[in-house]
Design a protein around this ligand. Structure first.
Ligand code: PLP
Length: 392
């Protein structure tokens, strides 16, 4: 008999009742160090006092009014995002995939607006992930996402990452945009080379294409800059953000230049909940804390410490681990044993990680994790690896 909750997830038999900072408490009274961060969502850890206070205050005043009216929290969050990024304007959503849908719709609308409606095609990359709507599984194109859900939305193609010739070959008179995650997340924590990001920017400029970046996982301070593309210097025309921006409250955003958003006029796009007062109150506070040079420098510092310790971990378990890669506090360990074995051994050792593509375990801790918790996480991963070796 089918379960009351539709069985679309392979859930671990863990049930958490409370969180504090980088730690979770389960219903058996056991503590776990949460290095998965709810898949890069809990950017400031669990129950951050300032976020709790912000949400409580907002909850006592106003939950929802709809986008029929002015929403000052939305206005202020938009101002903050515009002030801190390439963007001139922001559309708010509830999730990442909706932010990407807005990005793709905006790009199509742009070409319609400038009198080239025949340009609707978009080039994405192999092993990318943009969410689970029909549009975004069409964009990513992997059979594991699309199987049984056809026909797909037409116009998307996928080429291998770092293959500029393949990108060039995929461009034709109907191409509108290129879509890229500056650090592939679900694909297995794969940072895109800075030179490739710049090459894509140049290619877009030469061909009049829009460059759409998906920073849903790698954005909001995760790599030690507010947005990952800043490392390369290549700017997007449109960018999707979600996960960390809400710190655990559902919130997404699609940022754009004035030019790219030229077709987005009243009535062209919308959402009931997107940018509601609760989500934007939290998002504003998250931005207040993260979008600061000293906070971002702290992410890079912690990254250095974590990475060095992980290199040591990998070196001392050569039969379990292959290598460490990633950027900032978006780290991946490629495994030699099935990655789920490591994730499961981590549960036994009281540390939570997230499986990813290419047999990687993902480490996406809170950006304010303490140095002690980083050391504790590595000790627990060491314990997990030792348990796996004992069984081999
Ligand atoms: C998580 C993720 C999405 C989808 O976000 P949802 O909030 O689950 O819709 C899209 N792109 C990337 C890169 C992601 O990591």
């Amino acid at each position: 008999m089918i379960t009351a909750v539709m069985p679309t997830y392979a859930r671990a038999p863990l049930s958490f009742v409370k969180g504090e900072g980088s730690w979770l408490l389960d219903d058996q009274g056991r503590r776990y160090l949460d290095i998965g961060g709810g898949i890069a969502v809990n950017a400031l850890g669990h129950a951050h006092p300032e976020l709790v206070k912000t949400l409580k205050t907002q909850a006592e005043n106003l939950w929802h009014t709809s986008n029929l009216y002015q929403i000052p929290n939305q206005q202020e969050l938009a101002d903050k995002l515009v002030a801190n990024t390439f963007a001139d304007t922001v559309f708010f959503t509830n999730s990442g995939t909706e932010a990407m849908e807005a990005a793709v719709k905006m790009a199509r609308k742009y070409f319609s607006h400038i009198g080239q409606p025949e340009r609707y095609k978009m080039i994405a990359f192999t092993d990318s992930f943009h969410g689970r709507t029909l549009g975004m599984i069409s964009a990513a194109g992997a059979p594991k996402l699309t199987n049984g859900f056809g026909p797909m939305l037409p116009g998307f193609s996928q080429v291998p990452l770092h293959d500029l010739d393949a990108v060039k070959a995929a461009i034709d008179d109907e191409t509108a945009a290129i879509i890229i995650e500056p650090v592939q997340g679900e694909g297995g924590i794969l940072p895109v080379e800075d030179s490739f990001m710049r090459d894509l920017r140049t290619l877009c400029d030469e061909n009049g294409l829009l460059l759409i970046m998906d920073e849903i996982q790698c954005g909001i301070g995760r790599t030690g800059k507010l947005f990952a593309h800043e490392w390369s210097g290549a700017l997007p025309d449109i960018m999707a953000v979600a996960k960390g921006i809400g710190g655990g409250f559902p919130l997404g955003a699609c940022l754009a230049t004035e030019k790219a958003a030229a077709g987005m006029t009243a009535g062209s796009h919308g959402t009931t909940y997107g940018g509601n007062p609760m989500a934007c109150a939290v998002g504003r506070k998250v931005m207040d804390i993260i979008a600061k040079d000293d906070f971002l420098a702290g992410v890079s510092e912690k990254s250095g410490l974590f990475r060095q310790a992980l290199e040591g971990l990998v070196a001392s378990h050569p039969d379990v681990f292959e290598l460490v890669r990633g950027a900032g506090l978006m780290l991946g360990i490629k495994c030699k044993v099935p990655n789920m074995n490591v994730v499961n051994a981590g549960y036994d050792a009281g540390v939570l990680t997230v499986p990813g593509g290419d047999n990687v375990i993902r480490l996406l801790p809170p950006l304010n994790i303490s140095n002690d918790d980083i050391k504790e996480a590595v000790a627990r991963l060491d314990q997990a690896a030792t348990a796996i070796e004992a069984k081999q």
